[in-house]
Design a protein around this ligand. Structure first.
Ligand SMILES: [Zn+2]
Ligand SMILES: [Zn+2]
Length: 139
Protein backbone atom coordinates (compact mmCIF):
# COMPACT_ATOMS: atom_id res chain seq x y z
CA UNK A 1 0.00 0.00 0.00
CA UNK A 2 1.40 3.34 -1.02
CA UNK A 3 1.89 6.03 1.61
CA UNK A 4 -0.09 8.70 -0.20
CA UNK A 5 0.44 11.33 2.49
CA UNK A 6 4.22 11.00 2.13
CA UNK A 7 3.92 10.98 -1.66
CA UNK A 8 1.97 14.25 -1.60
CA UNK A 9 4.35 15.89 0.87
CA UNK A 10 7.35 14.90 -1.25
CA UNK A 11 5.66 16.71 -4.12
CA UNK A 12 5.07 19.80 -1.97
CA UNK A 13 1.35 19.23 -1.77
CA UNK A 14 -0.76 19.25 1.35
CA UNK A 15 -1.94 15.75 2.13
CA UNK A 16 -5.65 16.49 2.25
CA UNK A 17 -8.17 13.74 2.80
CA UNK A 18 -9.66 14.42 -0.65
CA UNK A 19 -6.35 14.06 -2.46
CA UNK A 20 -5.52 10.86 -0.61
CA UNK A 21 -8.93 9.51 -1.51
CA UNK A 22 -8.43 10.41 -5.19
CA UNK A 23 -5.03 8.68 -5.26
CA UNK A 24 -6.43 5.57 -3.53
CA UNK A 25 -9.25 5.39 -6.04
CA UNK A 26 -6.94 5.71 -9.03
CA UNK A 27 -4.47 3.15 -7.72
CA UNK A 28 -7.31 0.70 -7.17
CA UNK A 29 -8.35 0.96 -10.80
CA UNK A 30 -5.06 1.59 -12.60
CA UNK A 31 -6.21 4.22 -15.08
CA UNK A 32 -9.32 6.36 -14.73
CA UNK A 33 -11.03 9.30 -16.40
CA UNK A 34 -11.91 12.33 -14.26
CA UNK A 35 -15.61 11.45 -14.48
CA UNK A 36 -14.98 7.92 -13.23
CA UNK A 37 -12.74 9.19 -10.41
CA UNK A 38 -15.41 11.68 -9.39
CA UNK A 39 -18.13 9.02 -9.36
CA UNK A 40 -16.06 6.93 -6.94
CA UNK A 41 -14.79 9.71 -4.70
CA UNK A 42 -18.19 11.35 -4.31
CA UNK A 43 -19.44 8.14 -2.63
CA UNK A 44 -17.20 8.89 0.36
CA UNK A 45 -17.42 12.69 0.07
CA UNK A 46 -20.94 13.52 -1.13
CA UNK A 47 -20.31 17.26 -0.87
CA UNK A 48 -17.34 17.19 -3.23
CA UNK A 49 -17.86 18.92 -6.57
CA UNK A 50 -16.58 17.74 -9.93
CA UNK A 51 -14.72 21.05 -10.26
CA UNK A 52 -12.79 20.39 -7.03
CA UNK A 53 -11.86 16.88 -8.11
CA UNK A 54 -10.79 18.25 -11.49
CA UNK A 55 -8.66 20.99 -9.89
CA UNK A 56 -6.95 18.52 -7.57
CA UNK A 57 -6.18 16.10 -10.38
CA UNK A 58 -4.70 18.82 -12.60
CA UNK A 59 -2.58 20.06 -9.69
CA UNK A 60 -1.31 16.55 -8.95
CA UNK A 61 -0.43 16.12 -12.65
CA UNK A 62 1.52 19.39 -12.52
CA UNK A 63 3.38 18.18 -9.44
CA UNK A 64 4.15 14.83 -11.03
CA UNK A 65 2.12 12.67 -8.64
CA UNK A 66 -0.28 11.72 -11.41
CA UNK A 67 0.32 11.13 -15.10
CA UNK A 68 -2.16 11.87 -17.87
CA UNK A 69 -2.67 9.23 -20.53
CA UNK A 70 -4.26 10.62 -23.70
CA UNK A 71 -6.75 8.44 -25.47
CA UNK A 72 -7.49 9.23 -29.10
CA UNK A 73 -11.04 10.53 -29.43
CA UNK A 74 -11.84 10.05 -25.74
CA UNK A 75 -11.25 11.83 -22.45
CA UNK A 76 -7.78 11.26 -20.98
CA UNK A 77 -7.21 8.88 -18.10
CA UNK A 78 -4.98 9.37 -15.09
CA UNK A 79 -2.65 7.03 -13.29
CA UNK A 80 -0.18 7.25 -10.45
CA UNK A 81 3.39 7.93 -11.48
CA UNK A 82 4.97 4.50 -11.83
CA UNK A 83 8.10 3.05 -13.30
CA UNK A 84 8.33 3.53 -17.08
CA UNK A 85 5.96 1.22 -18.86
CA UNK A 86 4.19 0.81 -22.15
CA UNK A 87 0.48 1.38 -22.62
CA UNK A 88 -1.81 -0.63 -24.83
CA UNK A 89 -4.74 1.73 -25.37
CA UNK A 90 -7.97 0.41 -26.87
CA UNK A 91 -9.61 3.06 -29.04
CA UNK A 92 -12.94 1.22 -28.85
CA UNK A 93 -13.49 0.85 -25.10
CA UNK A 94 -10.76 3.19 -23.85
CA UNK A 95 -9.21 0.50 -21.68
CA UNK A 96 -5.55 1.14 -20.86
CA UNK A 97 -3.31 -1.80 -20.10
CA UNK A 98 0.16 -1.52 -18.55
CA UNK A 99 2.95 -3.56 -20.08
CA UNK A 100 6.48 -3.72 -18.72
CA UNK A 101 8.90 -1.37 -20.43
CA UNK A 102 10.85 -2.74 -23.29
CA UNK A 103 14.60 -2.22 -23.04
CA UNK A 104 15.09 -2.40 -26.82
CA UNK A 105 12.55 0.38 -27.33
CA UNK A 106 14.15 2.31 -24.50
CA UNK A 107 17.57 2.16 -26.14
CA UNK A 108 16.07 3.34 -29.40
CA UNK A 109 14.54 6.43 -27.78
CA UNK A 110 17.68 7.29 -25.86
CA UNK A 111 19.89 7.03 -28.95
CA UNK A 112 17.35 8.96 -30.99
CA UNK A 113 17.26 11.78 -28.43
CA UNK A 114 21.06 11.83 -28.37
CA UNK A 115 21.27 12.02 -32.15
CA UNK A 116 18.80 14.89 -32.26
CA UNK A 117 20.51 16.65 -29.34
CA UNK A 118 17.18 16.49 -27.59
CA UNK A 119 17.07 16.38 -23.81
CA UNK A 120 14.60 13.69 -22.93
CA UNK A 121 12.71 14.48 -19.73
CA UNK A 122 10.05 11.89 -19.65
CA UNK A 123 8.57 9.46 -22.03
CA UNK A 124 5.27 7.77 -22.34
CA UNK A 125 4.81 5.07 -24.92
CA UNK A 126 1.21 4.59 -25.95
CA UNK A 127 0.25 2.01 -28.52
CA UNK A 128 -3.27 2.53 -29.86
CA UNK A 129 -5.39 -0.24 -31.24
CA UNK A 130 -8.28 -2.56 -30.52
CA UNK A 131 -8.10 -4.88 -27.51
CA UNK A 132 -8.84 -8.58 -27.82
CA UNK A 133 -12.18 -8.17 -26.05
CA UNK A 134 -13.37 -5.51 -28.53
CA UNK A 135 -12.10 -7.54 -31.48
CA UNK A 136 -14.33 -10.38 -30.36
CA UNK A 137 -17.30 -8.07 -29.83
CA UNK A 138 -17.10 -7.04 -33.49
CA UNK A 139 -16.89 -10.58 -34.84
ZN1 LIG B 1 -11.40 -2.57 -26.04
ZN1 LIG C 1 -0.11 2.96 -17.03
Amino acid sequence: MTDYAALLKESELKATFQRINILETIEGHGHMSIDAIYEEVVKTHPSLSLATVYKNIILMVEKGVLVEVSIAGKKPKYELLKEDHIHLVCIECGEVEDKPKNSAADELFISMAKQENFTLNKKQINLYGVCSYCQEAVA
